[in-house]
Write a protein that binds this ligand. Structure first.
Ligand code: GLY
Length: 395
């Protein structure tokens, strides 16, 4: 029988369905597509998610916390590959990412804040990291807009920044150019058959079948229907409120020339100045469930602390206020790799480090999807590390 020339053969199922088109889903899709896999990303608005809110600090050294030394190794690995990653991404997408190798200054305002930073410095040195202690005058010489009350700080020349919105746009374009397909819908249910993940049901009533499925839904990864309870990643949302101000061009030099972080009476504040003139001020850290309301109190605290740190900030136009949800895991580190359900992989729980960890996440997820093997550098972040807790929870 002759084939009907008017019939349209259905599109073949992709090798990989990536549920979630934030930066983690997009980098996974891009890297998998570059390895020759057919990839579909499911997201009603790809390129959105937490990256729309994030400031984009690549702060492996200044955002180090006690007990996170294992995570530090992954953070450093990702920071190190950022220059080549953005060069490749900008070439592939034709879009700029706003990467700036500007360094960071972390300062203290009162004696307690100074003691905290001294402790951080000791931890950094124990971990073999580069950070130089400066007195208040030396801090102000680097950043003349800092308040006279700044008592000292840490100069970290290796902590840089990228613009997460531009990063997301570049990843989206690179995915399109690499042949990634987009389904502009939400995944509402994981599909399983014979003890394997086989794709997802979408809210437009369609079904997407796929050989492998990646759960990259940020904070929402922990509540997709159809995922067995003992496989659901233990991620929760941690709210962050962020402000965007505009720095006018000045004849007297930049308003701030590098990222400035501060501990202000125990609270953590950062000011991230972009080459575009945008100044991002963040962030609150609130256990408020799914709430993304921008509150007067949140904005007040950020502006109060930022004003204490850089008094001139109150002269700047306030362009945007926004709240987002950091996907946090129980140990603050991401979940990367195969889940206990064959065919389902996790790429989530990046918490404070999603933008920083984007390059290494793409590399390890791409390798996993192509070869079935999780690269050595990600083994400590495999989801199975929480298997014991979950067995107890669901026993
Ligand atoms: N890494 C910055 C934040 O989570 O607010």
């Amino acid at each position: 029988m002759r084939p009907d020339p008017h019939s349209v053969s259905p599109a073949p199922s992709p090798d990989v369905a990536v549920l979630g088109g934030g930066i983690i889903g997009l980098v996974t899709a891009w890297r998998a597509a570059l390895r020759g896999l057919r990839v579909t990303v499911v997201d009603p608005a790809p390129g959105g998610g937490a990256a729309r809110v994030a400031a984009g600090m690549l702060a492996a050294v200044t955002e180090l916390h006690y007990g996170e030394e294992t995570l530090l190794a992954l953070n450093l690995a990702s920071a190190e590959r950022y220059p080549s990653f953005v060069a490749e991404l900008e070439e592939a997408s034709g879009e700029e990412t706003g990467y700036r190798a500007c360094g960071t200054l972390a300062v203290a305002l009162d004696a307690d804040d100074r003691a905290y930073l001294r402790e951080l410095h000791a931890l950094q040195r124990r971990c073999g990291l580069d950070a130089e202690w400066l007195n208040g005058r030396e801090c102000r010489r680097l950043e003349p807009m800092l308040a006279p009350s700044v008592r000292g700080g840490l100069r970290v020349d290796g902590d840089h920044q990228v613009d997460p919105r531009r990063l997301a746009a570049a990843l989206l374009r690179a995915c399109e150019r690499a042949g990634v397909t987009f389904r502009r819908a939400s995944a509402v249910r994981l599909r399983t058959a014979n003890g394997r993940a086989t794709g997802a049901e979408l809210d437009d009533g369609t079904v997407l079948d796929a050989g492998q499925t990646v759960l990259a839904l940020g904070s929402y990864s922990g509540r997709l229907d159809g995922v067995p309870p003992d496989v659901l990643p233990p991620v929760r949302p941690v709210k962050g409120q962020v402000l965007r101000l505009r720095m006018p061009p000045s004849r007297f030099g930049p308003f701030l020339s590098r990222t400035v972080r501060a501990v202000v009476r125990g609270g953590h504040l950062y000011l991230v100045p972009r080459a575009s003139g945008e100044l991002v001020v963040g962030a609150t850290s609130e256990e408020m469930g799914w709430d993304t309301t921008v509150t007067a109190g949140g904005v007040y605290e950020l502006l109060r602390d930022a004003h204490e740190l850089v008094p001139g900030i109150t002269e700047l136009p306030l362009a945007e206020t926004l709240a987002g949800l950091r996907p946090a895991s129980p140990d603050n580190a991401p979940l990367l790799g195969p889940s206990a359900l064959p065919g389902l992989h996790l790429a989530g729980g990046h918490y404070r480090n999603g933008v920083l960890l984007t390059p290494v996440t793409g590399d390890v997820m791409g390798a996993l999807l192509e070869t079935g093997e999780l690269p050595e550098e990600a083994r400590a972040f495999a989801p199975e590390r929480f298997a014991h807790d979950r067995k107890e929870q669901y026993a």
